[in-house]
Design a binder for this molecule. Structure first.
Ligand SMILES: NC(=O)c1ccc[n+]([C@@H]2O[C@H](COP(=O)([O-])OP(=O)(O)OC[C@H]3O[C@@H](n4cnc5c(N)ncnc54)[C@H](O)[C@@H]3O)[C@@H](O)[C@H]2O)c1
Length: 368
């Protein structure tokens, strides 16, 4: 199979979906690997490194899309890439389909097959912890006075009050945020709905300045926070929120909401995704940081984890084709988003209120 790796075009996205080590393995297995020139440069990988691994370098994304059957990416298909799409394509990337109706429309119109990588991680996304670690760091920066923050240092000095951080959601992202905050000595109040997550967190950080609460207690702690991190994975079909627009009146005017989850219509009603080019906006007088590709800021590290995590599934798709690969691997099937003009990803169908074919039904029918 011809496997294409275009350079990411989303602002601030330096990750690359395949490193030379994986390219060499695929070439060894008699696949052709086509990589866009400079696709790996922000991740410290040169064109020569890919060429040494047996990949063929191409000058433009357009050439990659024209030549390859399987396209491997990090972020969603951007409008500048729409014209390059073909019905024969299998696209394996973080589609984030529910949030992106226009992209889904385009994929259905073209009739290509898309698999959402974010749904296929058996052990959680390898970049979740990075998003928490880097997002936490960025949130602390926004507490500094020149950025509109409270001007409290994140450590206790001279008896002055230190900054107070809330972390909501204690899964992969939340644990990453705690790692940055608690290792720096920041005082944290953490919240989760799940008693298991709360207990695990308390055990792991027992000697740290950490208090852990059930989510029902969040409202009592909003007013004193300098920075609030949202790390909850919010179900796309929920129409309520943890922090509603009206709740922002309770917050200090110098506080900042760092919505690492930044789900559309998610836990924070007023959040909308931003990019590293313009990461912060103000709503109801409160700063919101909602970059939806935070690990893109540390591409050397993030690419290593992402490319490794995707690789087994890339190989499976290259060997069996997209649909048989989905039949073989249930996690891959969970990400099947669309094929031949049919929407399959339930979450996108429900969120966008349009018909979809459940994946089991589609795979059964497609084999008949
Ligand atoms: N901005 C970025 O660059 C970036 C990168 C990676 C992940 N994410 C997003 O971060 C979010 C979290 O990802 P994750 O891997 O940590 O998910 P996860 O499933 O590992 O963790 C989610 C946590 O939220 C808790 N939770 C669920 N509902 C809750 C509620 N109502 N109240 C309180 N807690 C609740 C769960 O118990 C769990 O502990 C996802 O939306 C993901 O898409 C963003």
């Amino acid at each position: 199979m011809k496997i294409g790796v275009p350079k990411e075009v989303k602002p601030g996205e330096g990750r690359v979906a395949m490193l030379p080590v994986q390219a060499a393995d695929l070439v060894e297995a008699r696949h052709e690997v086509l990589v866009q020139s400079t696709a790996g440069s922000a991740s410290s990988v040169s064109d020569q490194d890919y060429a040494n691994a047996g990949a063929q370098m191409m000058a433009s994304g357009q050439e990659i899309y024209a030549a390859a059957d399987l396209i491997i990416k990090v972020k969603e298909i951007m409008p500048t890439e729409y014209d390059f799409l073909r019905p024969e394509h299998v696209i394996f990337t973080n589609v984030h389909g529910a949030a992106n109706r226009e992209q889904i429309d385009k994929m259905l119109e073209v009739g290509l097959t898309a698999i959402a990588a974010e749904e296929t991680h058996q052990y959680g996304s390898p970049n979740s912890a990075l998003a928490g670690e880097v997002g936490a760091f960025e949130g602390l920066r926004l507490v500094f006075a020149p950025h509109g923050g409270s001007g409290r240092h994140f450590l206790n000095h001279y008896g002055a009050p230190a900054a107070e951080a809330l972390v909501i959601g204690l899964g992969g992202v939340g644990q990453g945020a705690l790692r940055t905050l608690l290792k720096l000595g920041v005082s944290v109040k953490a919240f989760d709905i799940d008693v298991g997550a709360r207990r695990r967190t308390l055990m792991q950080w027992e000697d740290s300045p950490l208090q852990v609460f059930d989510i029902s207690e969040l409202g009592d702690h909003l007013a004193s926070a300098d920075v609030i991190y949202n790390c909850v994975l919010w179900p796309k079909d929920r129409d309520d929120h943890l922090i509603f627009r009206k709740d922002l009146a309770k917050l200090s005017r110098t506080s900042v909401l760092v919505d690492i989850s930044c789900d559309p219509a998610g836990a924070i009603e007023t959040s909308r995704a931003t990019t590293w080019d313009e990461p912060v906006y103000v709503e109801e007088g409160i700063r919101h940081f909602c970059v939806d590709n935070i690990p893109g800021a540390v591409p050397v590290t993030a690419s290593a984890g992402y490319a490794r995590d995707l690789f087994d599934n890339i190989k499976l798709i290259a060997e069996l084709g997209a649909l048989d690969a989905c039949r073989q691997n249930d996690y891959l099937a969970k990400g099947l988003t669309c094929c031949a003009g049919e929407l399959i990803l339930a979450e996108a169908g429900r969120f966008q209120n349009r018909p979809y074919t459940p994946v089991e039904e589609f795979l059964k029918r497609a084999s008949a």
